[in-house]
Each structure stands twice: as structure tokens, then as C-alpha cells.
Ligand binder design. Structure first.
Ligand SMILES: [Zn+2]
Ligand SMILES: [Zn+2]
Length: 373
């Protein structure tokens, strides 16, 4: 199909008669890229126009309209993120799940129109004089469900973030234009001392229960404190992940958090941003048991604990009507001393491991000349 001929669009856009915010956004994004690549304004319709176009582009169009083109979109097989692109005879179909339909627009303009999203203020939209697209069908669902890039460019520009198919903009509400977000409950991460089990907790804090906190071998004692005068997040120590009572407390606090945040889906059970961790006999045993080449993996006590909390949450969901139909996921880090995975340990399917990659901002992650890689 020739989508552009001599710098003229050969098509009109058809969208849904019941378009929601996300559908409107997908259409207006496409119209923007057409203006930038080709220069002209495009006409949009919620039905097949009586005026004959050479070609049509259907973005989330209604089934009865698609039928007129002999097309059926298998929406029943889609998740929120599924992308669907079909080019057939004189019609382009951009469709998908809730967010997937918007992603289909970005996939299409990147793949076929040469658009690139380099920086929030730097988009490449090459002038397109003639564009021929072969018939094709592209269907995919991103394998990574929780897509977050911890970069200022992403965090400060929601459009840039979504154009890169991230779904974890740090503003979980009012995201209708973008098909919602992954709904990641505040305070985001580093939650052990922040909101799950602070050392100054009146009931379970360090004064009453030092055994709930990290034994640091080099100091020969249990350690847990926050340097409040530096503000968040500096401090020392960690919870003792393997202590069964700690796992119970964390479970109850996650439950309360889930109830307090009815719109949220992802709850972070993550280590502090400090370099210290518990080396008590039980934590140590787990770290060595799931270590490699005789060396401990300190991720083991974390994953062991988060897995148990995740199983507790799953069991709770089966019995409590308030949370029965909610999707609840726990997130934990592969980070600092806990970066290497525990050998022979599987994570529960309601646990997300958030891989916090290299600290190097200069080299590609597979560049072996970088000392950090
Ligand atoms: Zn321990
Ligand atoms: Zn480097």
C-alpha cells in the first residue's frame, strides 16, 4: 500500500464511535506524526466515510466498520499491553489492548515512518515523500509487564515515557490518556524502614525487638537506625528478612497498605538504600545455600521472605471479599549486595523482581571495557 504519495497522505483515519480518552490520544498522536512527517492535516471519522479514500487507517475502529474491510481483530486474546498492526490491501489497522492500541501507533511510526524518540525535546520525524508499506500482521505482548526506566528524562516527561512503552510513570492517577499506568503504590520503593518496619516503630521497633533487625558481623551486634537529620534515605542496617515474626509483620502491613490503596496494583517490599544487610545465622545459611561457588548470595533471604509474604497475600485474596478480584503484585529489588540471583530459588508468580542495572551511565550494558559491566 502507498500510504504517502508525493508528500500527500492517501488515507483517512477511522476511529471508534465510542472512543475513550486513550483512543482519542492514539488518534491525535498519529495525526501529530503525520503532520510532522508529511506536513498535511488528516481527516478523522468514527465510521467509513462516504467520500472514497484510496486507503484507510483504522485506529481502534468498531467491529462493524472493520467488517466492511473484511477484518476481524482478535481482541479477546489481548492483554492491556498487546499491540496489533495489520496492513492488508487498502487498510491499516492499529489496534490492541487498552495501552496496546497507543503502543501500536508508536510501533507503526517507528517501524514504517522512521520516527524516533531520542529525548523529550528531540524527536526525529523525517519528511516522508513516498511511503510504500507491505502487507503484514504484527501481534505482540511485551514480555516485561512492569516497564520502568529510572531516568530523569522519563520521569519528567510523561509523553516521552509512554512513547517508549513504559507503563510506570511515577504518577499513578489520572493516566486515562495513556491507558492507565501499572499503578505502583507510594512510597515507590526502599520500603522496609520507610513504611513496613521502621526501627523506631513503637510496637516492633529496634528497642523492643533488636532480633527483627540486621546482625552485622563486623560490628558483632544487631544494628538498625535511620539518620533522620540527613533526611531520607540515609541510615544503617536492614530488617532481618528470615525471621518468621518479621515475615508475619510485613504480611500484615502489606495487607493494610493494600486496603489503604484500593486503586493500586504493585506494592514494593524492598531493601533500604544502604549497603548493610543481616548476617544472622539463618540469613547466612540461606545466602550460602542459594549461593554460587561457595560464595553467599545475599538476595536469598530477601527473595525467601518476599516469596512467603506473596504466598500469604495470595491466600488472603482467596478468603477476603475486599481483595478477591484485585490484581496484587509485590515488587522487590535485585540491587546492591542483593543483585545476584539466589541459585535454585523460584519467585512466586505474584512477585516482580525489579532489576536495577549497572550504575554506569556512560557505556552500554554489554560493553566489556567498562569496569562496572
Ligand atoms: Zn537475619
Ligand atoms: Zn562504564
Amino acid at each position: 500500500m502507498k500510504l504517502f504519495k508525493n508528500s500527500q497522505a492517501t488515507f483517512g483515519i477511522i476511529y471508534s464511535g465510542n472512543a475513550q480518552a486513550i483512543d482519542n490520544h492514539a488518534v491525535s498522536e498519529m495525526a501529530l506524526f503525520i503532520r510532522r512527517c508529511e506536513g498535511g492535516d488528516i481527516r478523522v471519522y468514527p465510521f467509513k466515510p462516504t467520500y472514497e479514500y484510496e486507503n484507510y487507517m483504522c485506529i481502534g475502529a468498531d467491529d462493524d466498520v472493520l467488517e466492511q474491510f473484511g477484518v476481524r481483530v482478535p481482541r479477546e486474546t489481548f492483554t492491556d499491553d498487546t499491540v496489533y498492526i495489520l496492513v492488508k490491501d487498502n487498510v491499516v489497522v492499529l489496534d490492541g489492548g487498552k495501552r496496546g492500541q497507543l503502543y501500536a501507533v508508536y510501533e507503526f511510526v517507528e517501524r514504517f515512518m522512521g520516527v524516533r524518540f531520542y529525548l523529550p525535546e528531540e524527536m526525529k520525524a523525517p519528511k516522508v515523500k513516498d511511503l510504500e508499506i507491505p502487507d503484514c500482521e504484527i501481534v505482540y505482548t511485551p514480555k516485561i509487564r512492569f516497564r520502568n526506566l529510572y531516568s530523569n528524562d522519563m520521569r519528567r516527561d510523561r509523553d516521552f515515557c509512554v512513547r517508549h512503552r513504559m507503563n510506570t510513570e511515577n504518577d499513578p492517577l489520572n493516566m486515562e490518556n495513556y491507558g492507565g499506568s501499572a499503578n505502583w503504590a507510594k512510597p515507590d520503593c526502599h520500603t522496609t524502614f520507610q513504611n513496613l518496619l521502621p526501627p523506631e516503630d513503637p510496637e516492633y521497633g529496634f528497642d523492643k525487638h533488636p532480633e527483627y533487625f540486621s546482625y552485622i558481623e563486623a560490628q558483632g551486634k544487631r544494628v538498625a537506625r535511620r539518620h533522620m537529620d540527613y533526611g531520607f534515605p540515609w541510615g544503617e542496617g536492614e530488617i532481618c528478612w528470615s525471621n518468621p515474626e518479621v515475615i508475619e509483620i510485613l504480611t500484615e502491613r502489606v495487607k493494610q497498605w493494600v486496603l489503604n490503596e484500593p486503586r493500586m496494583r504493585i506494592f514494593s517490599v524492598t531493601q533500604n538504600d544502604y549497603g548493610t544487610y543481616c548476617e544472622c545465622p539463618k540469613c547466612k545459611e540461606l545466602a550460602y545455600k542459594h549461593g554460587k561457588d561457595g560464595k553467599p548470595r545475599w538476595s536469598a533471604p530477601i527473595v525467601y521472605s518476599v516469596n512467603q509474604i506473596a504466598r500469604n497475600i495470595k491466600a488472603w485474596q482467596q478468603t477476603d471479599e475486599r481483595v478477591k478480584n484485585r490484581e496484587i503484585l509485590l515488587e522487590t529489588f535485585a540491587y546492591l549486595y542483593g543483585k545476584e540471583p539466589p541459585v535454585g530459588m523460584q519467585v512466586e508468580d505474584n512477585v516482580i523482581i525489579r532489576n536495577c542495572v549497572s550504575f554506569c551511565w556512560l557505556h552500554d550494558t554489554d560493553d566489556e571495557t567498562c569496569p562496572y559491566n
